[in-house]
Write a protein that binds this ligand. Structure first.
Ligand SMILES: [Zn+2]
Ligand SMILES: [Zn+2]
Length: 471
C-alpha cells in the first residue's frame, strides 16, 4: 500500500523535445512545480541501474509531457530503454491491461520463439528506497504452469537481441542463500530463486555453505545431470585421464608480476608434464587462487584468444626454424632472450644449438613422445580458442562476465545479488549490465594491458583483472 500523501504525487513521461540539462524523450519525472508559462519542473528518473534515484531536471513544457499515476511510472521505470517505454505508451490497450494486472491473472509471455501461458504470482518492488524521493520499479513475478519443454535444441540468442533480452534489473538468476557460486556459473535468462533452490536440492548441494566451489558444481552438473563425457582428455606424465576443469599449478617465481592466462596455462602444463590428447571443445581453467582467501597474483590479464597448438599431443613445429620438433625444454620457458613464457620446442639441430649457450647448458630438454601413426611431415595448423566467460570472486561473492556475440564489445556482467529488496519476504534483485568497456580494454595490445593499473581502470575492468577465478 502506498502512503496516502502519495496519491497527490504527479508523475509524467516526456514524449517530445529535449532539454539542455535533464529531461529527454522517455524520461520519467515527478512534478514539483508548474510555472505560469506552462512549464513543469521536478525530479527526473533516468534509465539503467540507478533509475530509481532522481536528479533535478530542467523545465519541460507541459505539452511535451504525458501524465502518469505513480503505479504507471513505477511500471514504466522497469523498462530500461526510453524508446521502449514510449512504444509501450503508444499501445494504450496493452499498457492499460498491464497496469491492471494483479496476482492470479493469466498472461501470455513471449518465450524463445513462441508464446506460453503464465500466471502473475506477485508484483515486486525493485530497488532501494534510500531517500523519500526514490521511486521503486515495479516488476511481475510470473509462474509457468510446471510447462512441457520442447525436445528441440534451442539456438543461442542472437547477438542483436541479447542485450535487450538480458540487460536490466530482475534479469539473470535470482540469488538466494549463498547461491552465487552456482548462479554465476550457470547464468542464463531470468530464473527465480525457488527454481535454483530446487536444482540445488536435486543435486544434493543445498547445504547453504559459503564454501561451495564452482568447479565441484560443474563436475556434478556435467557428469551426473547432463551425462557429458569429461571435456578434457589429458595426458599427465604419460598416463591418460579425463577432467572437466583444469587447475593452474605453478610457482609464483615462474611468472612475471602480471601474467596472462596464456602464460599461466603454458607454464602450468609444461611444469606438470600435461598435454591435451584431443583438442578440447571447451576449456575451463581455474586460476591459482583459493577462493577469496588467497590469490597468487594481484591481477591477471585475460587472453581473449588462447593458442593451444603446443599443448596438444600432436606433431609440433620447432620454435626456432619451423621443422618438426623433437624436444621441449621446461627451463627455456622463462628465458628472457627467447620470448619468455611461451613453450619452447626444438628440432634436433636447434636443440643442440640453443643448449650450447653457457647459460643453458645445464638444461635437460625432454624428447617429445608422439602418438603412433601420426604424419610428421607437415607442421600442424595453429589451434586457438576464444574467451567467452569469466567467473570472478570478491569477498566470497561470485559474479560473472559473459560474451554474447562476436563483436569485441558484446560483454555482459551478471550479479545474482546486485541489490536486495527488504520487506517481510525479502529477496535478492539480480542484475545484468552491458559492459562494452571490456572490449575497449581487451582490444589493446597485450603489453599495454599488462602495464595497466587496475585501480585506474573502469570499475568492471578492474573487477575482471583482480577477481578472476575461472576462465
Ligand atoms: Zn629447429
Ligand atoms: Zn633449455
Amino acid at each position: 500500500m502506498e502512503p496516502k500523501a502519495a496519491s497527490k504525487d504527479r508523475f509524467f513521461i516526456v514524449i517530445r523535445g529535449k532539454s539542455r540539462r535533464g529531461f529527454c524523450r522517455g524520461c520519467i519525472g515527478r512534478v514539483e512545480a508548474e510555472t505560469a508559462r506552462g512549464e513543469l519542473t521536478g525530479l527526473m528518473y533516468g534509465c539503467g541501474s540507478n533509475a530509481g534515484s532522481p536528479k533535478n531536471g530542467g523545465p519541460v513544457k507541459a505539452e511535451d509531457a504525458y501524465p502518469l499515476t505513480r503505479h504507471q511510472a513505477q511500471l514504466l521505470l522497469y523498462i530500461s530503454s526510453p524508446s521502449r517505454r514510449l512504444e509501450m505508451l503508444c499501445n494504450p490497450q496493452l499498457f492499460s491491461a498491464i497496469c491492471e494486472l494483479t496476482p492470479g491473472d493469466l498472461v501470455v509471455i513471449r518465450y524463445k520463439k513462441g508464446h506460453v501461458p503464465g500466471v502473475v504470482k506477485n508484483l515486486m518492488q525493485i530497488g532501494k528506497k534510500e531517500s523519500k524521493d526514490d521511486l521503486n520499479m515495479l516488476g511481475f513475478q510470473v509462474e509457468f504452469p510446471a510447462y512441457e519443454e520442447s525436445e528441440e535444441d534451442a539456438p543461442p540468442v542472437p547477438e542483436s537481441e541479447a542485450a535487450s533480452l538480458f540487460v536490466g534489473k530482475m534479469k539473470g538468476i535470482q540469488g538466494h542463500i549463498n547461491s552465487c557460486y552456482l548462479d554465476a556459473t550457470l547464468f542464463q535468462g531470468f530464473v527465480p530463486a525457488q527454481s535454483v533452490m530446487n536444482l540445488r536440492k536435486k543435486l544434493g548441494c543445498e547445504t547453504f555453505s559459503k564454501n561451495e566451489k564452482p568447479e565441484e558444481f560443474i563436475s556434478v552438473l556435467f557428469q551426473k545431470v547432463l551425462c557429458i563425457e569429461p571435456l578434457l582428455k589429458l595426458s599427465e606424465g604419460g598416463s591418460s585421464h579425463g577432467a572437466y576443469t583444469l587447475q593452474i599449478f605453478l610457482e609464483k617465481e615462474q611468472m612475471g608480476q602480471t601474467p596472462t592466462v596464456q602464460k599461466l596455462l603454458d607454464t602450468s602444463c609444461m611444469s606438470g608434464d600435461i598435454k591435451f590428447e584431443t583438442m578440447p571443445s571447451c576449456l575451463i581453467i581455474q586460476m591459482p587462487r583459493c577462493g577469496s582467501k588467497y590469490k597468487m597474483f594481484s591481477h591477471i590479464v585475460p587472453s581473449t584468444e588462447l593458442d593451444v597448438t603446443d599443448l596438444l599431443y600432436n606433431p609440433r613445429e620447432c620454435f626456432i626454424c619451423g621443422q618438426m620438433a623433437k624436444f621441449e625444454c621446461l627451463q627455456c620457458l622463462p628465458d628472457h632472450k627467447l620470448q619468455p613464457g611461451r613453450i619452447k620446442q626444438y628440432c634436433s639441430t636447434c636443440n643442440t644449438q640453443v643448449h650450447t649457450h653457457r647459460s643453458r647448458c645445464s638444461h635437460s630438454p625432454k624428447a617429445l613422445a608422439l602418438p603412433e601413426g601420426v604424419a610428421t611431415d607437415a607442421p600442424p595448423p595453429r589451434r586457438t580458442m576464444q574467451l567467452f566467460g569469466v567467473l570472478c570472486i570478491q569477498t566470497s561473492h561470485f559474479v560473472s562476465f559473459v560474451k554474447y556475440g562476436p563483436d569485441p564489445h558484446s560483454w555482459l556482467f551478471f550479479d545474482s545479488m546486485a541489490d536486495r529488496h527488504d520487506d517481510e519476504k525479502g529477496y535478492s534483485v539480480p542484475e545484468v549490465r552491458a559492459c562494452p568497456e571490456l572490449g575497449d580494454f581487451l582490444g589493446q595490445p597485450e603489453e599495454e594491458q599488462t602495464r595497466a593499473n587496475p585501480a585506474l581502470a573502469p570499475e568492471l575492468v578492474c573487477r575482471l583483472l583482480c577477481d578472476s577465478y575461472m576462465y
